[in-house]
Design a protein around this ligand. Structure first.
Ligand SMILES: [Zn+2]
Length: 536
């Protein structure tokens, strides 16, 4: 009997061992006791290895980085598809998840590869029942490989070495969503976001900020000038996932933000980040899609941050898989509403173009590491952090955006032919731009710029600009070949936000019109903003 039992156990053990991955599917953190993160070459080797073992993955690329590295995208589907047309015809929700936009925040990169393994070869095969998943594990390829120690001290030197935040041109890829000055942003929008039009966009980061005590924090795409329905849906979804991860994995997730110890202790306020569409996630509410920001908690160890990020992305995919039809309905209705609002209310309806952050709600049971105050030698107050976790009630969460300046929604815009850079940028965003086929005279609303203000300091290579002035009604002549943007289109809200002169994150902000306005003498007299709008 003993002998048989021994044989049975040995057999069971062998079978169990065989059900796991072959070594070529192990990730760099797993092979290094979580002291290292994957290089670009290691990511590419993993993708090739898993492609050779699964018939449900198609490897493509969104283009090349400034240093010529491929930016890989893996399309997971059953049956396997290779084109956006097939994806759209499938009737399934399309979900895009990317890691490593900031190459010091590497948890998303590893988590995405773990998910691929589980979905294609492991226990999560059901996640391809109702959805098509696009994974971009290593969005910022070049800077990933510029690994060195000590770049993000908040991460406890875990992993030991990481890459740079910016891309290899020195741009922050998560501030490039409007101006599109990097090959990465251009590749993402023209090869993935445009053609595949994912219903859900997820950007995986790691915060290096506040010592709240959540394992991971999230934020939706802030709604501002977009359709509110996608925002409302996202909030409900994120709150549901927060409950699920607590039950399933005992992980504590919460909304994204920062507090300032010097403002008050215990904290009275918790602030999210800005609403601007230069942040990729924020652009998705202007596109009538669902955008989700994920921020792992920097101060945990690498393996813990990976687990939190993995669990969040997994539960997003569990949700999208079961809610495939509902998400498609919500986004389709938001597209229709954008068009309908312009058709029915152009010239009357107003939308915000400049926003300020205001309180959204009170947070109770807010978890945070505790601080102790002391008096410095010079008499000023100081604080040091302890390892004690406390729970604070009545913390005001600032995560709503109210319009400070509104503008009338037009039927469309006319852009003079000379401003082809603006028209090209709109097209790369996916906005439909047509040409005037003959010269015409039209009554239009023109913005008379009385003042052009520019920032004193450069941000992302720009002295950011804003204008003051007022709209005046004029009859104006337009030439054949001028650009026309009809706002009754799914990306109408995005075009509005980019083209409105007073927008806080539009083309004026990013200096597309400085040269023209300055040449016209804007500093000495009022000058007309060359993009005009029409309501009839
Ligand atoms: Zn980041």
């Amino acid at each position: 009997m003993k002998g048989i039992l021994f044989i049975l156990c040995a057999w069971a053990f062998t079978v169990e061992a065989q059900t796991r991955w072959t070594e070529d599917l192990l990730l760099t953190p797993e092979k290094s006791n979580f002291s290292k993160t994957s290089t670009h070459a290691e990511v590419m080797a993993f993708l090739k290895a898993i492609e050779s073992k699964s018939s449900e993955v198609y490897l493509t690329s969104m283009g090349k980085s400034p240093e010529g590295k491929d930016i890989p995208v893996a399309v997971l589907s059953r049956p396997k598809i290779t084109t956006a047309t097939e994806a759209k015809a499938s009737g399934k929700v399309i979900v895009y998840i990317q890691g490593n936009i900031h190459a010091g925040e590497v948890e998303g990169k590893e988590s995405v590869m773990m998910l691929m393994r589980d979905i294609l070869l492991g226990s999560k095969k059901h996640l391809l029942d109702n959805q098509i998943i696009l994974f971009a594990p290593i969005y910022n390829t070049d800077s990933n490989d510029k690994m060195a120690a000590g770049k993000r001290p908040s991460q406890e030197d875990s992993p030991l070495e990481i890459g740079d935040r910016e891309n290899s041109q020195g741009y922050d890829l998560n501030r490039d969503g409007v101006k599109m000055e990097t090959p990465e942003t251009n590749g993402l929008f023209t090869t993935i976001i445009g053609p595949w039009d994912p219903h859900v966009f997820v950007d995986l980061h790691t915060t290096n900020g506040t010592w709240h005590a959540w394992n991971l924090t999230w934020a939706p795409s802030y709604h501002y000038a977009g359709e509110k329905s996608t925002y409302d849906y996202t909030i409900t979804m994120l709150k549901g996932i927060t409950e699920t991860v607590k039950k399933k994995y005992d992980l504590n997730f919460g909304p994204y933000g920062d507090y300032d110890v010097r403002e008050a202790w215990p904290p009275k306020n918790f602030y999210t980040y800005n609403h601007h569409p230069r942040y990729l996630v924020n652009q998705f509410s202007l596109r009538n899609r669902i955008g989700i920001l994920s921020e792992a908690f920097a101060h945990e160890r690498f393996y813990q941050r990976i687990f939190s990020t993995y669990s969040f992305a997994l539960e997003i995919l569990e949700h999208t898989n079961t809610q495939s039809k509902e998400i498609q309905r919500i986004t389709k209705e938001a597209d229709a509403k954008t068009i309908q609002t312009v058709t029915a209310e152009a010239g009357k309806a107003k939308k915000g173009v400049r926003y300020k952050m205001v309180p959204l709600e009170q947070l109770n049971n807010f978890p945070t590491y505790d601080y102790v105050s002391y008096t410095k030698a010079d008499g000023s107050p100081g604080y040091y952090r302890t390892g004690n976790m406390i729970s604070v009630d009545g913390v005001t969460y600032h995560a709503k955006f109210d319009a400070e300046v509104e503008s009338t929604l037009p039927k469309g815009y006319i852009i003079p032919a000379a401003f082809s850079a603006v028209a090209e940028n709109l097209k790369r965003h996916g906005v439909v731009v047509t040409l005037l086929t003959k010269s015409t005279t039209k009554e239009v609303e023109v913005f008379e710029v009385s003042k052009l203000e520019k920032a004193q300091r450069k941000f992302e290579g720009h002295f950011m600009a804003r204008v003051n002035g007022k709209f005046v009604t004029k009859k104006q002549k337009f030439a054949k070949g001028d650009y026309v943007v009809e706002l009754a289109q799914p990306l109408g809200n995005l075009a509005f936000y980019l083209l409105e002169p007073e927008s806080d994150d539009g083309y004026i902000t990013w200096n597309f019109f400085d040269e023209y306005l300055e040449k016209q003498g804007v500093n000495t007299k009022p000058v007309m903003y060359p993009v005009v709008k029409y309501v009839k």
